[in-house]
Design a protein around this ligand. Sequence first.
Ligand SMILES: *[C@@H]1O[C@H](CO)[C@@H](O)[C@H](O)[C@H]1NC(C)=O
Ligand SMILES: *[C@@H]1O[C@H](CO)[C@@H](O)[C@H](O)[C@H]1NC(C)=O
Ligand SMILES: *[C@@H]1O[C@H](CO)[C@@H](O)[C@H](O)[C@H]1NC(C)=O
Ligand SMILES: *[C@@H]1O[C@H](CO)[C@@H](O)[C@H](O)[C@H]1NC(C)=O
Ligand SMILES: *[C@@H]1O[C@H](CO)[C@@H](O)[C@H](O)[C@H]1NC(C)=O
Ligand SMILES: *[C@@H]1O[C@H](CO)[C@@H](O)[C@H](O)[C@H]1NC(C)=O
Length: 348
Amino acid sequence: MFGAVQLGVLAACVVVLVPMALAGWHLSRNKVLFFSGALFISLAVTVHLSPYFPSLTDFFPTVSTSSSSSSALVVLENRDSCLAHLHRIKWKNNHVSNLNLTSTWKWVLSDKNVLACDFQKLGRNDAGDLLNGSWVMVVGDSQARLFVVALLNLMLFEEEMVGVRGDLFKRHSDYHLVVDRVGLKLDFIWAPYVNNLTHLVMELNRNHSFPDVLVMGSGLWHMLHVNNSTHYDASLQLLSRSMMPLLVGKSQPHLFWLGMPTLINSMLNTEEKREKMTSAAQFAYDLGLRGSKLLRPGGPFVLLDIKSLTENCGESCTVDGMHYDGVVYEAAVHIMLNALLIQSQQKL
Ligand SMILES: *[C@@H]1O[C@H](CO)[C@@H](O)[C@H](O)[C@H]1NC(C)=O
Ligand SMILES: *[C@@H]1O[C@H](CO)[C@@H](O)[C@H](O)[C@H]1NC(C)=O
Ligand SMILES: *[C@@H]1O[C@H](CO)[C@@H](O)[C@H](O)[C@H]1NC(C)=O
Ligand SMILES: *[C@@H]1O[C@H](CO)[C@@H](O)[C@H](O)[C@H]1NC(C)=O
Ligand SMILES: *[C@@H]1O[C@H](CO)[C@@H](O)[C@H](O)[C@H]1NC(C)=O
Ligand SMILES: *[C@@H]1O[C@H](CO)[C@@H](O)[C@H](O)[C@H]1NC(C)=O
């Protein structure tokens, strides 16, 4: 006869192994099982098994039952809802000296949900395992470029990064990189306006070839050079429509929307920016995005909420009120990787 613990472990194994195997199929174009070694052990065990050993009720206060097999289902449901808690991050500004502030971040572990979700800052090897065999495409403006830098900072060794920085920061240009060591293909596409995103998506549709992970976002250039939130709304609607073929295809990419940063008007470095990029404009553009049906739950994109990350990191994390320190984009990268873990385990 099985005791509750054995049943729980058995259920947990099914819950862990089946989705883990499938996860490799969804994220990886080459159908390579990328959960290997360290990541499998650290994430599979900590995410799925550890709740069975300490008191279950510490993690799932709403679960009063002692039946572990039904609790295994709770784990999955719980993982789904974890997407909503990914941005529960707190910042700390460390004064190294008067002139040098460095900020650090961590998930708010005093929040029970965050604790139960067991988010992890992935190391280089785990990130490599997760993205092994994947094609990642990042499309947008300088915010997207900073996001790419943060992603590569995590994936590459310092000496590999040196060449990358120079090439990536050629202004207003695309950038392509294949990291053989990890089997990662990365494309950065310079696309400052929403209609540039739309064209790109239409090209992907025409090619019938989609990346595994697609990160995009746009708004700052439109706010500055077009200054018309109604027009922005309309262009988001067009983008939303262009996404349709991509969403019904066999291999749907994991989609992330890179939100706009919090703009600190007084710190913006030109008169034109200070005039156009007001809090009213930010509000209107944000409203347009929320109403566009691009973001979950109504739409396909998981929001990487740069607005809240930058707002919480604060003024000390930016010199021009628009481009923030690397640490902000690093947090966004870790949020995306954790979302990928959650999503790929769910898609059964
Ligand atoms: C600020 O401090 C960090 C961490 O100690 C250091 O790596 C960095 O070089 C310093 N930056 C400046 C401008 O002094
Ligand atoms: C990526 O996958 C390939 C093929 O399965 C494997 O040879 C390689 O070691 C993996 N690399 C990493 C960093 O996991
Ligand atoms: C983006 O769209 C703008 C406005 O339609 C256009 O002028 C520009 O050439 C496009 N840029 C790229 C990189 O496609
Ligand atoms: C579409 O396919 C063409 C031809 O293979 C290729 O050059 C282009 O980069 C592809 N576009 C995208 C966005 O992947
Ligand atoms: C930008 O648009 C707003 C809203 O239409 C308008 O009130 C404002 O005058 C415009 N600003 C500039 C500098 O054109
Ligand atoms: C803003 O864009 C909308 C939609 O394209 C257009 O109808 C309207 O005339 C534009 N407003 C201004 C002030 O240009």
